[in-house]
Design a protein around this ligand. Structure first.
Ligand code: SF4
Length: 290
């Protein structure tokens, strides 16, 4: 809550005095139309992580600005927020990322990016992004290597410094806890202090039943207190969460298809019904989402 408030204040400062009114109007416009107010966009199926053992698509699809704009203009109301993220992919892997961000900034009230923080090209730190959310799987070179199979922690540090050098964007750092980085919390806080980052979060890694990504069973921090998962014969959530964490958003993948969220398959449900189905948590992937 405090993080959201701080982010809001910072965006208000650089987007101008009318920003809260524009945001409220955009949210209301979507509500009147019965449309989810937020849009998550996948710029590319490619990733910048280059982790060992990760299977990447042979011909990754890239979302074009024309496709994104076509989708936005085809909605009954413009999205209030646009969040660039990936599904086993990273937004910074697309060379069209700057064009997509500028387009999004013209059409919505808040642009945010979730990234693993690698592959930040020259000048991208100055793009009109209101909120960068950089997620790291580990807080030391060694635990990073155990998870990613490469040594790019220094590159991450340099990229963070570049993002932090731009005053108008909010930069948040998230540590995703895995078995290998289960002891990294304290070092993570120290690292963030050294970097001058005060907006922090520690979360548990999400189980990926497909097993293609970090979220395979062997990487889950099952023994760490607070881990949402337990392993009986299979992985399951300890407690059923009350509601979908992404209610109120749709996910546009790199090929231009709309899904309920990055973890679920395409759906022929109307956006209104998608929102209801999320509240009922009726998708198969919802069994693992906390
Ligand atoms: S998996 Fe289900 S609960 Fe989780 S974000 Fe997607 S729709 Fe929501």
């Amino acid at each position: 809550m405090i993080r959201t408030l701080l982010t809001g204040i910072k965006i208000w400062k650089h987007r101008g005095i009318l920003w809260p009114l524009k945001l409220t109007a955009a949210i209301a416009g979507n509500r009147i139309q019965g449309f989810p107010r937020g849009l998550i966009v996948e710029p590319s199926q490619e990733c910048t992580g280059k982790c060992s053992g990760c299977r990447r698509p042979e011909n990754p699809i890239t979302l074009t600005p024309e496709k994104l704009e076509g989708y936005i203009l085809g909605r009954p109301a413009r999205p209030a927020t646009i969040h660039f993220a990936g599904k086993h992919s990273d937004p910074l892997s697309s060379l069209l990322f700057p064009d997509l961000v500028r387009l999004a900034a013209r059409h919505c009230s808040m642009v945010s990016v979730s990234t693993i923080g690698l592959g930040l090209q020259d000048g991208w730190e100055c793009l009109p992004v209101d909120r960068w959310i950089v997620s790291i799987p580990a807080a030391t070179e060694d635990t990073w290597f155990q998870l990613r199979g490469n040594r790019r922690f220094t590159e991450l540090r340099e990229n963070l410094m570049r993002l932090l050098s731009v005053d108008k964007s909010m930069v948040e750092l998230v540590l995703t806890l895995w078995r290998q980085s289960a002891e990294d919390r304290e070092l993570f806080h120290r690292f963030a202090r050294e970097m001058g980052i005060s907006s922090l979060k520690v979360v548990f890694g999400r189980y990926d039943p497909m097993g293609n990504h970090f979220g395979r069973v062997g990487n889950l921090a099952l023994k760490v207190p607070g881990c949402p998962y337990v392993l009986d014969n299979e992985v399951r959530l300890k407690n059923e969460p009350a509601r979908c964490p992404l209610t109120g958003t749709l996910f546009l993948d790199a090929s231009g298809f709309v899904h309920p969220c990055p973890f679920t398959e395409s759906s022929d449900l109307s956006p209104m019904k998608i929102e209801r189905s999320k509240r009922e948590r009726s998708h198969s992937a919802c069994r693992y989402c906390f």
